[in-house]
Design a protein around this ligand. Structure first.
Ligand code: GBH
Length: 452
């Protein structure tokens, strides 16, 4: 009996790489003219971040980027998603440009290209210049997307000759609802729904400004999209009734960002549900917000289970206590989220192309032993998710790339440095990098362009 070993191959030219973000890895939070971000200010408030950690040193990537990119190349990545720190470019958010900040990213991009790695640049990954929070109330104000547009112009003009892949903003819900409507993400403002819904609208405007900046200054071949973290709803059984229930729940849950952008306005049902808390907009806003993009970026880590209830209406189930999850308590293992998330987006919004701009797992890994970290649990999680992504592509969902979060352990926001998402272990005291088993395995995946 001749057994075969079937190969789960990805399409030719599939983009494989790593993702990270400036505030989580760079450190140097006040070096060479950088202004404080709202996260620097937030971390300075006692009790906000696990262990009292802050962003001042992080992985010291500000100084170590060349070594980091050499390691990234050695580990087989050909694409890297990074972000630019707005307060490095405009320390006050507004006012004069800080040329030292621009020079830094100039050198960083050159160093990346010298290693043969293609940059994907996110213009905003939550680090709003703190001066804009103080002066204007941050994302509560319409002034912020205007100033973001000016910042985007500056960055795209400077890097656009070498950077061709642009992401406007990262995960709207995290820097609007969680940040202004809650307490654990900066600025932690605990505002009521009306204020929060308005921060969403301003974030959508910033996305539109980012698209405009890339169209105006990006040069030949420039592409732009948003990265969103949709709530992903997964059918309990892959039967028509449960699939329809999950799709309906998905569309409603993501109406405020992905729905509004692709529809070119707020759905009447959403405005009705918001009532007096509905966002206000001005004529022309949606021309900017819904300008066509080149791809949709999705950050997907988890999902929730939906089925058609006894009355035929969708119902979302809660996770039983024994349900498996990562050390990040919100990160329930739902590999099928990487099937249904991209698929529902393709069906509802019809993007030309989808990239998984983040996926991964947060665990409290112990330090290396004899230079090795055997994170078999992370490898298994990623592989299970990738099998489902492979299935989505096989079924016709236009997914063109995947970025593992993250290249190395870093500042995990309110969880500080305890919670590790890296493929590479970072010793934050010595700044020594140690590739984990996941990084070695992922290198083979990228090399083979197939699951190994
Ligand atoms: C992404 O966010 C970020 O882009 C990245 O910076 C981050 O480091 C990475 O993923 C890992 O966390 O309100 O308690 O139910 C992750 C998406 C969405 C995860 C909000 C936590 C809230 C959990 N986050 N979610 S809770």
């Amino acid at each position: 009996m001749a057994l075969t070993h079937s190969k789960l191959s990805f399409p030719p030219a599939f983009a494989w790489g790593y993702a990270a973000a400036a505030p989580q890895i760079e450190g140097a939070s006040s070096l060479h003219g950088k202004g404080p971000s709202i996260w620097d200010a937030f971390a300075a408030r006692p009790g906000t971040i696990h262990g009292g950690d802050d962003l001042s040193v992080a992985c010291d990537h500000y100084n170590l980027y060349a070594e980091d990119f050499a390691l990234m190349r050695e580990l087989g990545a050909r694409h890297y998603r990074l972000s630019v720190a707005w307060p490095r470019i405009y320390p006050m958010g507004d006012g004069a440009v800080n040329y030292a900040g621009l020079d830094y990213y100039d050198r960083l991009i050159d160093s990346l290209l010298a290693e043969g790695i293609t940059p994907w640049v996110t213009l905003f990954h939550w680090d709003l210049p703190d001066a804009l929070e103080g002066q204007h109330g941050g994302w509560r104000s319409r002034r912020i997307p205007e100033l973001f547009g000016r910042y985007a112009d500056t960055v795209v003009k400077t890097l656009g000759d070498r950077v061709k892949n642009w992401i406007t903003i990262n995960e709207t819900v995290c820097f609007t609802r969680l940040a202004y409507g809650g307490h654990d993400k900066a600025p932690g403002a605990n505002e009521p729904a009306g204020v929060v819904n308005q921060t969403f609208h301003h974030a959508l405007l910033a996305h539109g400004q980012g698209v405009r900046a890339v169209r105006e200054h990006g040069g030949p071949g420039a592409r732009v999209g948003i990265t969103d973290n949709p709530a992903v709803l997964v059918p309990v059984t892959e039967t028509p009734a449960d699939i329809a229930a999950a799709r309906e729940t998905f569309a409603w849950a993501n109406e405020r960002v992905l729905g509004a952008i692709h529809r070119g306005g707020y759905a009447p049902a959403l405005l009705e549900a918001d009532g007096r808390d509905a966002p206000r907009w001005q004529p022309g806003d949606f021309d900017l917000i819904s300008a066509p993009t080149d791809f949709l970026g999705l950050n997907i880590y988890t999902g929730a289970w939906v089925q058609a209830g006894p009355d035929g209406r969708p119902r979302t189930l809660s996770y039983p206590p024994a349900y498996p999850r990562a050390d990040s308590p919100w990160l329930y293992h739902v590999p099928q989220s990487l099937y249904w998330g991209p698929r529902f987006c393709a069906e509802l919004y019809r993007p030309a192309s989808i990239y998984i701009t983040e996926n991964g797992a947060g665990y409290d890994d112990p330090p290396p032993v004899d230079g090795e970290v055997h994170d078999l649990h992370r490898r298994d999680l990623v592989r299970n998710y990738l099998r489902e992504l492979h299935r989505a592509i096989h079924d016709g969902v236009p997914v063109d790339g995947y970025f593992l979060w993250s290249f190395m352990d870093n500042f995990e926001w309110q969880d500080g440095y305890a919670r590790r998402f890296g493929a590479v272990y970072c010793d934050f005291r010595t700044q020594r990098r140690t590739p984990k088993l996941t990084a070695r395995w992922y290198r083979e995946v990228m090399w083979a362009n197939a699951l190994v």
